[in-house]
Design a protein around this ligand. Structure first.
Ligand SMILES: [Zn+2]
Length: 195
């Protein structure tokens, strides 16, 4: 797949109320609410430059097996599964992919949608850096898509022991090994504007 001949996509991962709302979110990721503004810059630029925006969001049944490991979150039809307050969304341009596991590719039509839109290059933002962002970016990279995660537009869970920084580990160790790139917000905005 050649980046020069394909279209671009923006993956907005799990920017739903249960992960982003610091007050009412059942699994709020610290700092996720601060991502809405920079992510909106990317979404707006994507819409203006025919970059397809994929909102890849958890949408669980109330008895999903995932809730054996996590508090219930993003249950289909509840407020917590809705897009975060203030997040830009244009129903005519957006592609919504509902998922039930970490990867946006697992039991979804994401792969078909990427082919349908002729995507070869993906920019990814959202939460959680080393969980759903990682699994989705890795699955895209393994399918030979060029993937860059936007450094200033992701957030990880804090390590209470203070021993680990999951963002650093992702960008310094996991991403290079998996063939996942990293860009700053300004670079991603520029790249989208170039068409
Ligand atoms: Zn989930």
């Amino acid at each position: 797949m050649n980046e020069d001949y394909g279209n671009k996509a923006l993956f907005v991962v799990d920017m739903v109320k249960d992960f982003v709302d610091p007050v009412n979110g059942t699994l709020a990721v610290p700092g996720a609410d601060a991502l809405v503004e920079p992510v909106n810059q990317l979404i707006e630029t994507a819409y203006e430059n025919d970059v397809t925006v994929f909102y890849i969001c958890d949408s669980h049944e109330p008895d999903d097996k995932e809730f054996e490991n996590w508090p219930a979150h993003a249950v289909k039809g509840t407020r917590g599964a809705e897009l975060a307050d203030g997040l830009l969304y244009d129903a005519e341009k957006a592609v919504v992919v509902e998922k039930t596991r970490y990867s946006g590719f697992f039991r979804t039509d994401l792969e078909e949608k990427l082919e349908e839109y002729g995507i070869s290059k993906i920019y990814e933002v959202g939460v959680v850096t080393n969980i759903c962002d990682l699994m989705t970016a890795a699955d895209a990279a393994q399918r030979d898509y060029k993937v860059s995660v936007v450094k200033d537009c992701v957030a990880a869970l804090p390590d209470e022991t203070g021993q680990y920084d999951d963002n650093d580990y992702f960008f310094n160790r996991q991403a290079p090994l998996l063939g996942i790139g990293a860009v700053e917000l300004a670079e991603a905005l520029d790249a989208m504007k170039k068409g």
